[in-house]
Structure formats: C-alpha cells, structure tokens
Design a protein around this ligand. Structure first.
Ligand code: EPZ
Length: 456
C-alpha cells in the first residue's frame, strides 16, 4: 500500500479552503431564532452536497485536472478536500470571475497527478461517511486500496456490504482487517455483473466509478437512480467513460483504459430546495427558490401541493407560497428516488407539527432516523412513534425552546420548527447544519427570518 503519511500530503491549498469555511472551532456555535416571521423574497439554491462529494472523489480516476463548478461552501466539502489531499489530489480554488455572484458557488480544480497514498485512515473516514467511496476509484486506478470502515452514525448502522460485494463482482480481492477494508486487484479490475439486492446510493457511486476503468463490460442492476448518481455518471462520460442507462436502474459500463480531465457543473441541491420549500410553507411565506429544479424532487413537491402549498416552476426557479390557508395532513413513506427522500423526512415532520390533523410518516431507508422527534417535542410537537412510523398530530401553537441538533437533516427540521414557534428557539451543535446547508442564517435572514449565529 502506498502510505506517504498524512501530515506531509495535506496540501496548502486545502488549508486555504479551510480558511474560507470555518470548521472545528465552531463546534459549539448555536443558532438563535425568534419565530413567527413570514419568509418573503428570494433564496438561492446551492450546488448539491451529495453530488459535489462523489464528483470530487471522481478526480482520483485521472491524472488530468477535473474542474468542478457550483461547489457549495460546506464543512463536508472542506473535509473531503483534506482527505483527497492525503491521497495526492491537488486542489486549486478559482476566484470569482466578473459577473459571478455568490450563488454561482466555488470552482474547484482537482488534479490527482500521482496517487501518493492508497490508505484512507479511520480518523478521516469516520468524520465523513462519503469518504469511504474513495475505495472503488483508488482500487481501479492503483490496483489496491486500504480504507477504514466508516462505522455507524446517528441515523443507523449503515453497513457497506453492498459496496464490497459490488467490487468483488469486478474481481477485487477483499479482506477485512483491524477495522479496515483491504482491497486488491493486482491484474486490474475486470467487468462484471452486479445485482444490488437493495438500492444504495453510495454502493452505486463506488462500483460505477470502479467499473469506468475496469477491463470489459460491467452491468449494475438495481442501481440507485438518485439525480446525484446521474450527475456523477454525466461527469464520468465527459471524462471519457462509456456509460449507458444513466437515470435508470440498469447501468451498462464499457471500461476504458484511462479517463481524462473535464469540466462539470454540480446540479442544484434538491434537498436544500425541499427544505426551504417547507420552511416557506411553515411560515405562510412567498419565496422564489432561485435555480431550483422541480424535476429533481417531484414526489416531495406533490406532497407539499397536497398539503396546500402553491408551487410554480418559473424560468428563474421554483416559486413557493402558502397564503393564509391551513396545512392539510399527509401520509408519506420514504423510499429511494423517485420516491419521497429520507433526507426530507425530518423537515416534513416539523412542517406537519402545525397541520390541521394527523399525518403519518414512515421511514423505510434508515432504521434510526427519528432523532429529531424528541427535539421537536421540546417545541410542543405532538408526535407518537410506532416502530418505523411517526404519527404527527398538528397543534395550534409551538413554543420556542433550547434544542439539540443530532444530524444534518434533523438539525434543519429544528430550524423549521423554530421558524413556526412563538418566542425564542436556540439550536445547539450547529456544526451538523454547517455540514450541509450553505449560509443558512444568511439565506433565511434575507427573507425576513429573525435568525442569528451565536459564536462560542
Ligand atoms: C446517501 O447515503 C446520502 N449521502 C444520504 O444523505 C442519503 O440519506 C442516502 O444516500 C439515502 O438517499 C450522500 O450522498 C453523501 P445508501 P448512503 O447506501 O449512500 C443500506 C444526508 O443527510 N445499505 O443509499 O450512505 C443502508 O443502511 C445524507 O445528506 C446497506 O445495507 O446511503 C440504508 O438502509 C445522510 N449496505 C440503505 O441501504 C450497504 O452496503 C440506503 O443507504 C450500503 C447501504
């Protein structure tokens, strides 16, 4: 295994990225909200975190420069830049050009001229699960990789068996040793047939990236159809990969000898879009979600329309309004794309806390994604849990309180709760929010929310 030692390989440019995005020391920051204000105005939608991360990882597949535009400024992006730096990826962050605004996101130029380290250590992978996805690309390019198992997290056990079975089908020899996955393909990976018994976004990313450089044809069946998987596939095609079936559950890949550089813009964040749509609905507001694409979250938008929220596509984005009318309760089950996304489940639950009746939300993707329930209850929400199903009975009023963010999407559900609540809500452990929501207090503040960050 190439193991050049992590300190030496952390690139200076990553340090500069860290300077732009404050992490670590902000762990104790809090968000203070005074509820009751209608949101009105415009909220720019950023590039999708869950596309930006695998797209950055795709830079490991080529020695050329991969240029990614519309990268959001998020703690997870900074963390991944540091991890990739450890493998030998040089990152240059381009400055803004005339006419570009903050909505345009950042431009990253990632160059993995040489892979200097094929080991992804526990200290890094445990901080961000998506970094486990370096396994496939490293193995495909270098014939070896040693990546720490990511471990569990607040939303569930989250195993990686599908990733490993998928890579084995491409000829990888895999052994588990001391909490690490040691993978080898001394003769290179070869095409194979992968039939996932369950839809996994991460396993699809991992196997798709590996198959792009395997010898011969690979077929991935029951592949995740999430738009972020399609975005990565489109970028790989620009890099020279041969992939058919993008956007469907069967991906057919003809492996190529090498991939080249390319330029690719990260697609808009559908989870941020859905979250702000729910925040607007929660406050009876009227907001344009600039650059949002309705086709990325039709099911969620249909649920909101069913609850009485007006949503109209315009040439600038999505216009969301709820003027005066109450909210009808909903019955929703999370499922892989194109179903209702698990990443919007907590936010919908917060919204339904004020609906006119009882809603039912069933979580089918992660077994423990209800950490927000007890925190929403602190605001006065009436939620009864029954296994994987939550019954939410709308109440007339929520009251501000001290609450604790437990994971990314749970945290933002508390922001939605706080926007609806009477009085002051203080959300602790805001670092969860910073992982996935770019400048949330600024975006909401500009639309009239009384929200501020309290630095520790
Ligand atoms: C991605 O996680 C997203 N993360 C998650 O978003 C999202 O919630 C999830 O997909 C589902 O849509 C990123 O894109 C960075 P999975 P991932 O593999 O890929 C089981 C957020 O808040 N499974 O699709 O890790 C697993 O336990 C995050 O932005 C196996 O059993 O999720 C789960 O029940 C949180 N074995 C289901 O599949 C495996 O080997 C789906 O997980 C892999 C997964």
């Amino acid at each position: 295994m190439k193991d050049a030692g992590q300190a030496r390989n952390w690139r200076a440019v990553v340090a500069s990225a860290q300077g732009r995005i404050r992490i670590g020391k902000d762990a104790m920051d809090r968000i203070r909200l005074i509820g009751g204000e209608r949101l009105t105005g415009t909220i720019p939608i950023s590039g999708a975190k869950n596309a930006a991360l695998p797209l950055m990882i795709a830079s490991l597949l080529t020695s050329d420069t991969l240029t990614l535009t519309n990268i959001p400024q998020l703690a997870d992006v900074t963390q991944l830049a540091r991890i990739l730096g450890n493998h030998g990826v040089d990152l240059a962050i381009a400055g803004k050009r005339p006419g570009q605004s903050s909505i345009d996101g950042q431009t990253f130029r990632l160059t993995a001229g040489d892979i200097v380290d094929t080991v992804a250590p526990y200290e890094m992978v445990s901080k961000m699960r998506a970094s486990f996805w370096v396994l496939g690309p490293l193995l495909a390019r270098e014939g070896e990789a040693c990546v720490s198992l990511p471990g569990g997290c607040a939303i569930g056990t989250r195993p990686v068996d599908l990733h490993l079975e998928g890579l084995k089908a491409l000829g990888a020899e895999i052994e588990l040793d001391g909490g690490y996955v040691k993978a080898r393909a001394p003769q290179g990976l070869r095409g194979g047939r992968v039939v996932f018994p369950k839809v996994s976004v991460g396993a699809t990313h991992n196997v798709l990236m590996a198959a792009a450089l395997a010898k011969g044809e690979s077929v991935i069946e029951n592949a995740a159809r999430e738009p972020e998987v399609g975005d990565v596939a489109e970028c790989l095609i620009k890099m020279g990969a041969q992939i058919d079936g993008v956007g469907t559950s069967t991906l057919r890949i003809q492996g190529v000898d090498g991939l080249s550089g390319a330029e690719h813009a990260v697609l808009p964040d559908r989870i941020e879009t859905g979250t702000y749509a729910m925040a607007v609905a929660a406050t009876g507001g009227d907001v344009l979600l600039e650059r949002a694409r309705g086709d990325l979250l039709e099911t969620a938008l249909d649920v909101l329309r069913g609850a009485g929220v007006e949503i109209t596509a315009t040439n600038r984005g999505l216009h969301v309004a709820r003027n005066g009318a109450g909210l009808a309760p909903v019955e929703v089950e999370t499922s892989p794309f194109p179903g209702f996304p698990t990443d919007l489940q907590a936010q919908l639950m917060a919204l339904m806390a004020r609906a006119d009746g009882t809603s039912t939300i069933r979580e089918t993707i992660f077994e423990n994604r209800f950490m927000h329930v007890q925190e929403l209850a602190r605001l006065g929400a009436d939620i009864a849990l029954d296994g994987d199903t939550a019954h939410i009975t709308g109440v007339d009023v929520l009251h501000g309180a001290q609450v604790m963010a437990t994971d990314l999407r749970a945290s933002v559900s508390l922001v939605i709760g706080g926007l609806m609540a009477e009085g002051e809500t203080v959300i602790n452990r805001v670092y969860h929010l910073d992982r996935g929501f770019e400048r949330i207090e600024e975006k909401l503040g500009r639309c009239g929310a009384r929200i501020e960050r309290l630095s520790a």
